[in-house]
Design a binder for this molecule. Structure first.
Ligand code: NAD
Length: 377
């Protein structure tokens, strides 16, 4: 059976779903691996590297594949070129990718969404949301350090002592904790806040100070945050204002599944920050945690430079692709039947398996992910 690696087409997407280093994991399962020409170029992997790793480079790889792996959902034109009964594995944000999903349905494609892989222990190695959030979180701290025209660490020198930068991180999930860890490694003094009760201990375990606002915590289903009421949001903003005013750099990473990112910081709060201060809003693309941030741009609000994240993992395409490709290999391995182990494996996902069932969006000409089906049909 053939697995094809798609060349990404979305503007700004530099990642690739399979890296040469991991091709042998797929060939080892018994698959032929075909790569669209230039698929790895954005992540600095030449076609020759894939060929040397045992893949073929084929302009028409998608049309003859049993499984197509990509980072972004395939564009509609590509979906229409797939063989009926083929499968796709990619990020596929349900109803938000409406036209792609209905085409996958109508073309008889079985599609699996990396966003829908359940966050259970057994699926941790397939969790691409976490692997990409890790990259984005690291990058957010590096961007803040790069934009800030001062040291992150304390410097005690013969010419005097330079105080460390004060960094505030809002949202301490996967990305936020990585931002905290990175800012700490660079020597900043870090304070962080998250609405989930469990986050305070995680913040402290990274060596940062947990900001206690004395507000009710907001745990939702599956260990995620719940949406705030407007009253609580206003109170949270009021209580966070002095911390933000005192910060040299503010990094925001807050998200609530299935909703717009919560607006945590008003422009008026940013205007209280010091000259030279920096704001990095990782949530800029999904509505923004900071009022006035613009995805993919640096804007000035008051004295602060406000950097809005736009497909941030694509800014580190090598490691982001490596991690994503490992997530894909692990998911494909789960979906491969090896029989008695003597012959090549076949792509045969067990629909009863929780990971397979949860991540499947379309199958047999139907949308099987209930929230997506309800939204689109
Ligand atoms: P996410 O991207 O949905 O949200 C990022 C963070 O924003 C979360 O920590 C959330 O609590 C926080 N947040 C939401 N509203 C906020 C507000 N108003 N103010 C401040 N912070 C706010 O979440 P994520 O990073 O993908 O994951 C969150 C948690 O899920 C993790 O910390 C972990 O506990 C759990 N998780 C479990 C697994 C697993 O078991 N396999 C994997 C990944 C994450």
């Amino acid at each position: 059976m053939k697995i094809a690696v798609a060349k990404e087409t979305r503007d700004g997407e530099t990642r690739v779903a399979m890296v040469p280093e991991l091709v042998d994991k797929l060939t080892g399962l018994g698959y032929d691996v075909a790569v669209e020409p230039g698929a790895g170029a954005g992540a600095l992997h030449a076609d020759e590297e894939y060929a040397a790793a045992g893949a073929t480079v084929e302009p028409d790889a998608l049309a003859t594949a049993d499984v197509v792996v990509s980072v972004q959902p395939l564009p509609v034109e590509s979906v229409r070129r797939l063989r009926q009964g083929a499968a796709t594995v990619s990020f596929l944000p349900g109803a938000q990718a409406g036209e792609v999903v209905t085409n996958l349905r109508d073309c008889g494609i079985t599609s699996y969404s990396m966003e829908l892989v359940p966050r259970i222990s057994r699926a941790q190695s397939m969790d691409a949301l976490s692997s990409q959030a890790l990259v984005a979180g690291y990058r957010s701290a590096i961007v803040a350090a790069g934009l800030l025209r001062r040291f992150f660490p304390l410097n005690m020198t013969a010419a005097g002592t330079v105080q460390p930068a004060e960094v505030v991180v809002l949202g301490a999930g996967v990305a936020g904790l990585q931002a905290i860890a990175t800012a700490k490694r660079l020597g900043a003094v870090v304070r962080a806040y998250d609405v989930r009760a469990a986050a305070a201990e995680e913040i402290r375990s990274m060596g940062a100070k947990s900001i206690d606002l004395d507000l009710e915590t907001l745990e939702g289903a599956g260990g995620y945050a719940r949406e705030m009421t407007e009253d609580r949001a206003a109170r949270q903003r009021e209580l966070l204002t002095p911390y933000i005013a005192a910060a040299d750099a503010l990094i925001t990473t807050a998200a609530v599944p299935g909703r717009q990112a919560p607006m945590l910081v008003t422009a008026a709060m940013v205007e209280q920050m010091k000259p030279g201060s920096v704001v990095v809003d990782l949530a800029a693309e999904s509505g923004g945690n900071v009022e006035g941030s613009v995805a993919g741009e640096v804007v000035r609000i008051g004295h602060a430079q406000v950097w809005g994240g736009s497909n941030v993992p694509s800014q580190m395409p090598g490691p982001a692709s490596r991690l994503y490709a490992q997530n894909v290999v692990n998911l494909v391995t789960l979906m491969t039947a090896t029989g008695d182990g003597t012959g090549p494996g076949t792509f045969a996902p067990d629909p009863e398996d929780e990971i397979v069932a949860s991540s499947c969006v379309t199958r047999d000409g139907a949308i099987v992910h209930e929230p997506t089906r309800t939204a689109l049909e």
